[in-house]
Design a protein around this ligand. Structure first.
Ligand code: 5GP
Length: 201
């Protein structure tokens, strides 16, 4: 039996302002842990170059997204940078059925909704070293227009003001150090006594 199947799956919820390096950190984390799967969100945002539908996101139109809200198919959803994003209940249920831990890369509004409903979730906030570095990284990506970059920078301060209620904070100054810290959180949370009742018996 896989290690995670002896216990309930863990929801690892990771938030950060865009440009803090969260996507790369999450990708590396998924590659280095068995039984940890990336939750694929729904979004109304345009597909970026290199992104694949169903892998990076499930790309849907506004009407389809609205319908999911109306039919209460979403565990959380939020408007971020002018687009809609959400995690479906089905994704969370599928993870539970398969006995895998899920990694959710979502914004603070969605994370707050999950914090209310999934008290066993683990909430991690990734901070950039400072705002100047965040701007440098956003420009360096070369994927977004000037208008989008401006909007993201404006939102970053508001997002970072939410960091205080998360369970863990990581400053992504050095990528490998941040990855080590994130990995340590996964390992420790998997070993939590309250998550392993089978071992206590
Ligand atoms: P991006 O457009 O750069 O991929 O993501 C923009 C923001 O939306 C990021 O902060 C990301 O974490 C957030 N996001 C992605 N998926 C979801 C989701 O399912 N729910 C919420 N609330 N935010 C999401």
């Amino acid at each position: 039996m896989s290690e995670s199947k002896q216990r309930e799956g863990v929801l690892f919820v990771v938030s950060a302002p865009s440009g803090a390096g969260k996507t790369s950190l999450c990708r590396e984390l998924i590659d280095s842990f068995a039984d940890l799967r990336q939750s694929v969100s729904f979004t109304t945002r345009q597909v970026r170059a290199g992104e694949r539908d169903g892998v990076d996101y499930q790309f849907v139109g506004h009407a389809a997204f609205q319908q999911m809200i109306t039919e209460q198919q979403l565990a959380e959803w939020a408007q971020v940078h002018g687009n809609m994003y959400g995690t479906s209940l089905a994704t969370l249920e599928q993870g539970a059925v398969e006995g895998v831990d899920l990694l959710l890369d979502i914004d603070y509004q969605g994370a707050a909704q999950l914090k209310k409903n999934y008290q066993q979730g683990v909430f991690v906030f990734i901070l950039p070293p400072d705002l100047a570095e965040l701007e440098r990284r956003l420009r360096g990506r070369g994927t977004d227009s000037e208008e989008v970059i401006r909007r993201r920078l404006k939102n970053a301060e508001k997002e970072m003001s939410q960091a205080g209620w998360y369970d863990y904070l990581i400053v992504n100054d050095d990528f490998q150090t941040a990855l080590q810290q994130l990995s340590a959180i996964v390992v420790a949370e998997r070993c939590r006594a309250s998550r392993n009742p089978a071992l206590i018996k």
